[in-house]
Design a protein around this ligand. Structure first.
Ligand code: IPM
Ligand code: MG
Length: 356
């Protein structure tokens, strides 16, 4: 198969980790007879420096015209003082919106080889953690009207969190369908004791639940979810939630596995176009040092093959190779354990590539 991939390496460690994922994808192409064409587009701080905007219109058009998008990370202290409209993160939100990427899948899987890296006790995570957060990605407070104005001599800031039924229903459907393919257990996370958006969320999820009688769907409040993720994380299979709750809970969930560096994600639209990125940030403190963990990005590439290109065997091959590398005791600094071999970012890419 021929595929066009737009590559948004971004800032900080972005270019280093993306290079390793591309190394791995090239090996997949060689082995399975595919051809991937890569188009590089600047995003985030590097684009602000070059063009004065976090992504150009041309760049956005390239993303839209491709079969899929691979993203590294955006942002860094250098651009923290940029005005809200040209902050690096703005480009990320714009791509999500323009490409219609409303469904964000964030799997949290504890690789048994890394059980010691989890900050939680063995008796809590020992049973293995394998949960999936389905986060609504193009609605809610992230995209609602916002303003900062002077009222009675002081500044007042407002962010509005709107959700319409169709937005809730389409993310709900993705969650129920995903639950059907997994353990058939769905936790719908909301704050229905306080928020109107959450009451509509709950009502819509209940309506959908009737269409999926095989899925056990439970409502859970977001504050309780935050607690349960630490207290008893193995109770969860699929969680579905609105944009900001999902942002917060997915960072929390990633730590169950010891390192956010291992976590991939997929942002999906109604069609096959998707964007794939590790959930961690640009880690400016270690940028350019060739010590970052590229596995989250490599596993994101695997998700791209699985979800956008329907290449299940190829995706399995990447995930398998990552497992073998961990089995063989190779670790980047963030997941380093006694008795293991510490490797660089590019070594890690090579080690995975060799095992495909
Ligand atoms: C994420 C990030 C982004 C978000 C930021 C960089 C805008 O934290 O993908 O989780 O909040 O969605
Ligand atoms: Mg986040």
């Amino acid at each position: 198969m021929n595929k066009n991939i737009t590559v948004l390496s971004g800032d900080g460690i972005g270019p280093e980790i993306v290079a390793e994922a591309i190394k791995v994808m090239d090996r997949v192409c060689e082995k399975y007879g595919h051809t991937f064409h890569y188009t590089y587009v600047d995003i985030g701080g590097c684009s602000i420096d070059k063009y004065g905007v976090p992504i150009t219109e041309e760049g956005m058009a390239k993303c839209k015209a491709s079969d899929s998008v691979l993203l590294g990370a955006v942002g860094g202290p250098k651009w923290d003082s940029c005005p809200p409209n040209i902050r690096p993160e703005k480009a990320l939100l714009a791509v999500r919106k323009e490409l219609g990427l409303f469904a964000n899948l964030r799997p949290t899987k504890l690789f048994p080889q890394l059980a010691d890296s989890s900050p939680l006790k063995k008796e809590i995570v020992g049973g293995g953690i394998d949960l999936l957060i389905v986060r609504e990605l193009t609605g809610g407070v992230y995209f609602g009207p916002k303003k900062t104005e002077e009222v009675n001599g002081e500044l007042v800031a407002t962010d509005i969190m709107p959700y319409s039924e169709h937005e809730i229903e389409r993310i709900g459907r993705v969650a129920f369908e995903t639950a059907m393919k997994r353990g058939k257990r769905l936790a719908s996370v909301d704050k229905a004791n306080v928020l109107d958006t959450s009451r509509l969320w709950r009502k819509t999820m209940h309506r959908l639940a009737e269409e999926y009688p095989e899925v056990t769907c439970t409502d859970i409040l977001v504050d309780n979810t935050a607690m349960q993720l630490i207290k008893n994380p193995t109770q969860f299979d699929v969680l579905v939630t609105e944009n900001m709750f999902g942002d917060i809970l997915s960072d929390e969930a990633s730590m169950l596995t010891g390192s956010i560096g291992m976590m991939p994600s997929a942002s999906l639209s109604e069609g096959t176009l998707g964007m794939y990125e590790p959930i961690h940030g640009s880690a400016p403190d270690i940028a350019g040092m060739n010590i970052a963990n590229p596995l989250g990005t490599i596993l994101s590439a695997a998700m791209m093959l699985r979800y956008s290109f329907d290449m299940a065997a190829e995706a399995d091959a990447i995930e398998n190779a990552v497992n073998l590398v961990l089995d063989a005791g190779y670790r980047t600094g963030d997941i380093m354990q006694e008795g293991c071999t510490k490797v660089t970012c590019s070594d890690m890419g090579d080690l995975v590539t060799e095992r495909i």
